[in-house]
Design a protein around this ligand. Structure first.
Ligand code: ADP
Ligand code: MG
Length: 247
């Protein structure tokens, strides 16, 4: 095995604050040609007109189809960055789970789900798997008509996959939000590995990790690259400081 440092330098591109992310000014300009118009209009409607720093760095990378680690402080706007990617990838007419967002807690899952519903009301179905009860109630319905997008805690997700309630073999985008949090438990790390390895090949799927800190995930991402669980070039978008939100 080559030393960690050397491997990371060849396979991870670092972007620091201030480096140009494409030069476009507005969110609409950054997302043009990728994200459906009605989603951008809704985003503007709730005041998301100018990108935050991390959004202007990450969106060109995400929308070009590359795997990415988005590393920036809490409150920097990582959620909207990966949700815009999700809406660019999901096709309304396909009856299969195309995007999966894994979150550490139920509360975060609810927030992500609410933002998704605000941004996209018409054509995608979003399902939140944040506790076990839901699964039992909707099992047959889910099998017949899988949602386009699933946001799930890792525990609920594993439960669902064990029971084969629906498949993830048409997955286009996999987001692991607050990936650093998952390292608190070795059970979660092994579940995460299972999700990364078991469903859809990494060459087809786009994988995104979001995190506010990097205690251990750098090594984890390196392992993912080595094992071919991600694409070869994982772009590391790192924004250090938060500028005040655009008003
Ligand atoms: P993070 O996941 O990086 O901690 P969030 O995605 O939760 O941050 O976003 C933090 C806050 O910034 C939220 O209240 C969100 O509504 C707001 N926000 C995100 N993007 C924009 C934007 N482009 N313009 C204005 N506010 C934004
Ligand atoms: Mg977040």
């Amino acid at each position: 095995k080559p030393p960690l440092r050397a491997a990371l330098q060849t396979s991870v591109v670092l972007r620091e604050e201030g480096e140009s992310g494409g030069g476009a000014a507005t969110l609409r300009e950054l997302c043009r040609g990728h994200v459906p118009d009605h989603v951008l209009s809704r985003a503007e409607g709730i005041g998301y007109v100018m990108p935050t720093d991390v959004q202007s760095q990450a969106l060109p990378v995400l929308l070009s189809g590359r795997d990415c680690v988005i590393h920036a402080q809490t409150g920097s706007g990582k959620t909207l960055a990966y949700l815009l990617l999700v809406f660019s990838a999901v096709k309304a007419q396909r009856s299969a789970v195309q995007a999966l967002i894994v979150v550490p807690t139920r509360e975060l899952g609810m927030q992500v789900r609410i933002l998704m519903i605000i941004l996209e009301k018409s054509s995608c179905t979003v399902m939140a798997l944040l506790d076990g009860g839901m699964l039992r109630r909707h099992k047959s319905w889910l099998k017949a008509e899988p949602p386009s997008i699933v946001v799930a805690t890792i525990a609920s997700l594993c439960q669902m996959l064990d029971k084969q309630i629906f498949k993830l073999d048409a997955l286009e985008v996999l987001v692991i939000d607050e990936v650093d949090f998952l390292f608190n438990s070795s059970k979660q790390v092994s579940s995460l590995k299972k999700i990364l390895t078991s469903y859809s090949s990494s060459s087809k799927r786009q994988t995104v990790f979001a995190s506010a800190s990097i205690p251990q995930h750098k090594r984890f991402v390196y392992d993912c690259i080595q094992q071919k669980w991600t694409k070869r070039d994982v772009v590391h978008v790192h924004v250090n400081a938060i500028k005040p939100l655009p008003s």
